[in-house]
Design a binder for this molecule. Sequence first.
Ligand code: GDP
Ligand code: IMO
Ligand code: MG
Length: 404
Amino acid sequence: MGNLAVVGLQWGDEGKGKLVDYLAGQFDAVARFNGGSNAGHTVVIGEKKHTFHLVPSGALKGKELLIGAGVALDPIILQEELFLLPDRVREKLLIDGRCSLVSPFDKELDIVLEKMRGDSAIGTTRRGIGPAYAMRALRLALRASDLLVEPNSSAPSQFYSQLGVDPKGFAAWVEESKRVVTGLVGDVGSRIVDIGRAGGSILFEASQGTLLDLLHGTYPFVTSSHTIVSYVPASLGIPPSEAGEPLGVMKCYTTRVGSGPFPTEIQDLTSDKIRSVGNEYGATTGRPRRVGWLDLVALRYAITLNGVKNIAVSKLDVLSEVKEFRACIAYRHMGSETRDFQRSLGHLHEVEPVYESPFSMQGAKYDEELPAQAKKLVEYLEVALGVRVSLISHGEERSRTIEL
Ligand code: GDP
Ligand code: IMO
Ligand code: MG
């Protein structure tokens, strides 16, 4: 088994957490490579639901857990998360010393900037992600390794006090953060190379989705890190040859949390039904997710960008409760039709989706075998997207997964 990279193909919440937990048994370690506690990855085992924000979703499979340099690490959220998990999870965790930290100042700034944006607010998770990555680019971020040296002598700490951040509060945060990460900080890149040399393999876990990528997503309504597979080696500090095969994850409809263009969005009884059956509420913020039909134009773009050959499709059970199934095959804009997502990016809020309704998924029942409707969907997606569907998810619980 080689390395594998699970990436989201839509606007996040595709079911990456469930899939990573499901697949983790086949790997030696699971590594997060992007984002921060803006992520909410849900794993359901029996009646018990776990939401991961920073800890890789392989935690409940007892795997080695790695948080790569490209992650924005909020030590306080990490502490809260570890508190809810068995002690052995902490023992499995290694955080790269180059992770920039999310400070309370970054979180305040996130809220202030959103207010200043007014009607053009991005609808961030308010987890301080944008400011933390901005501080990294300004070379003013504190990094995990900085916590292990005398804090007040570091340049970022002095800068924060000049910005008017209360030095006492800041020092208290540094002390608390130090307690959280002590014993966990190291070099994740070298660890991954060592695991590979010993014949082991790694599962890379993306947060967010391709359309939220800082460079290639629906800018400016995106997150502040890179969500695509190309970021795996850059973030973790490993050679591109170790980045592994990408496995794309998508829902069989579309959701989005926060603002920004969403061509196939629907706001009617069907979207209400999908939201309630699919429990479409943000795992991090609890906000209702915006709901829409499947968007093949956007998916083809995401598949090309990530070089995806295999996909996992989630939420098939939700469509069992819905009469209709629609897929957007093109966008109409100023009288002409296009299937080019990239060229539509500048006017995505103005395009009109062109739909087809090839079949209905209503009433499909899932056992070990795929029902006929689901087989149709798999065949349809394989032709429309030019990929192989290798996994189906038909329920939130871990076991509600079918390998094809
Ligand atoms: P992630 O951010 O990609 O890990 O996805 P989230 O965990 O934020 O959102 C996915 C939601 O759908 C969670 O509540 C999951 O428990 C749930 N889920 C995942 N797969 C399925 C599925 O196949 N069917 C249903 N009904 N729920 C699913
Ligand atoms: P997972 O990993 C869905 C969205 C926010 C907002 C935009 C910017 O669970 O799929 P940020 O706080 O990152 O500055 O917010 O990105 N967003 C997500 N949407 N799933 C996520 O993560 C998200 N992380 C950020 O809603 O629109
Ligand atoms: Mg999520």
